[in-house]
Ligand binder design. Structure first.
Ligand SMILES: Nc1ncnc2c1ncn2[C@@H]1O[C@H](COP(=O)(O)OP(=O)(O)O)[C@@H](O)[C@H]1O
Ligand SMILES: [Mg+2]
Length: 355
């Protein structure tokens, strides 16, 4: 029996367009002998529409794809998805959404209530991974090292900035200031001296009411893709992010401007270290109770210390994104990655409490 798969894309986060491009990739690669995709787009204002597959989802003449604010509305009730009064009879949902309202446990909760199996982590794991201030202590409790630092809430900053400034001075500059629940490096600043600290916090608070202040980790940025295959979490080869020297760090421009960044696969590091990173990637995945997939991002210092930076439960998923690329290099083609994810969605209990 061919399963009906809801490909859900767009959404209310700043990563709306990237999500659309990921959906285009999945539509082009999904195994149609087993799965029938049904495209559901969420506009930037949060409206859901049932779209024809012909809806343009690729970059065209330099214009990024978006979901318009009109079309055939989709309703989700405890009976499932429907459009134009008809139940869409969805067997599996693939929420290809990044950031808030997509990667943070909210849509996962909606799908739990509607009893629709879905790709990726459950409610708890999604929410914890989205909030770096919660994920970091869990990594530490599993003996995975993180950057030293502290959390600042907007209210604390407004009432006690001198004390917070002192704490940053104590960490020693440079420090990184970033929103606790950010993405795409938005709101992240490398602060080189005490005089620039306050402005960086103000910037982070434009994106979130909670910020992280961290000691700078000097080292390579290494990523590892974890995929659940037949119930077992497996780690891909690891890749090293190569950023054009004109960027201070892996910021928004370095991430998305054409050609600014490449990934070296496999990373040019000792086998022993890459094995250690792969093991830690799976441990990080397990520690948060993840399901299906995650991209786990690390720093590797010159003296071979492995420090986790963050875990993304719905990483970029276009055919040329890091996650599918790392699996292709490991011997699992894009189409097969999608099939593994859809199979896992049906067989595991992702549930509210994760795995
Ligand atoms: N403590 C740190 N030390 C060094 N670089 C950092 C640190 N924190 C963040 N960065 C840099 O900022 C980038 C974005 O930070 P990250 O925490 O990954 O946020 P996002 O979720 O937006 O990707 C990282 O890829 C890295 O280049
Ligand atoms: Mg990151």
């Amino acid at each position: 029996m061919i399963k009906r798969v809801a490909i859900i894309c767009g959404g209310r986060s700043s990563e709306h367009e990237i999500s659309c491009i990921s959906a285009a990739g999945v539509l082009s690669a999904i195994d149609r002998s087993k799965y029938q995709p049904i495209l559901i787009g969420i506009s930037k204002s949060g409206k859901w529409f049932h779209l024809p597959e012909s809806h343009p989802l690729a970059i065209s003449d330099g214009v990024l794809p978006t979901i318009p604010d009109s079309g055939i509305s989709v309703a989700l009730s405890i009976d499932g998805f429907s459009a134009a009064g008809q139940n869409l009879n969805i067997d599996i949902a693939f929420p290809l959404l990044h950031g808030p309202y997509g990667e943070d446990g909210t849509i996962q909760g909606l799908l739990e209530i509607a009893d629709i199996p879905y790709v990726g982590s459950g409610v708890l794991a999604s929410a914890v991974a989205m909030d770096k201030s919660f994920a970091k202590p869990i990594f530490v409790s599993h003996e995975i090292k993180v950057a030293a630092g502290f959390v600042v809430r907007q209210g604390q900053w407004q009432t006690g900035s001198a004390e917070i400034q002192r704490a940053a001075d104590q960490l020693g500059y440079p420090v990184f200031v970033k929103p606790a629940r950010g993405g795409s490096s938005r709101g992240t600043t490398k602060v080189k001296s005490a005089g620039n600290f306050a402005a960086a916090l103000v910037e982070a608070f434009k994106f979130d009411t909670k910020a992280l202040v961290e000691q700078e980790i000097r080292g390579a940025e290494i990523e590892c893709a974890v995929l659940e295959i037949d119930g077992v979490a497996k780690a891909s080869l690891v890749g090293q992010i190569k950023i054009d020297a004109k960027y201070e760090f892996y910021d928004f421009e370095a991430k998305y401007l054409d050609g600014a960044t490449t990934i070296e696969l496999p990373a040019p590091i000792d086998q022993k270290i890459s094995d250690e990173i792969r093991t830690k990637a799976v441990e990080a995945f397990t520690s948060l109770g993840c399901s299906g997939l995650a991209r786990v991002d690390f720093f590797l210092t010159p003296n071979n210390e492995v420090i986790i930076n963050e875990l993304n439960t719905m990483p970029g998923f276009t055919a040329t994104s890091v996650f599918p690329k790392m699996w292709a290099a490991t011997g699992v083609a894009y189409t097969d990655v999608i099939t593994h994810l859809l199979k896992s969605a049906l067989t595991r209990n992702n549930g509210v409490l994760g795995n």
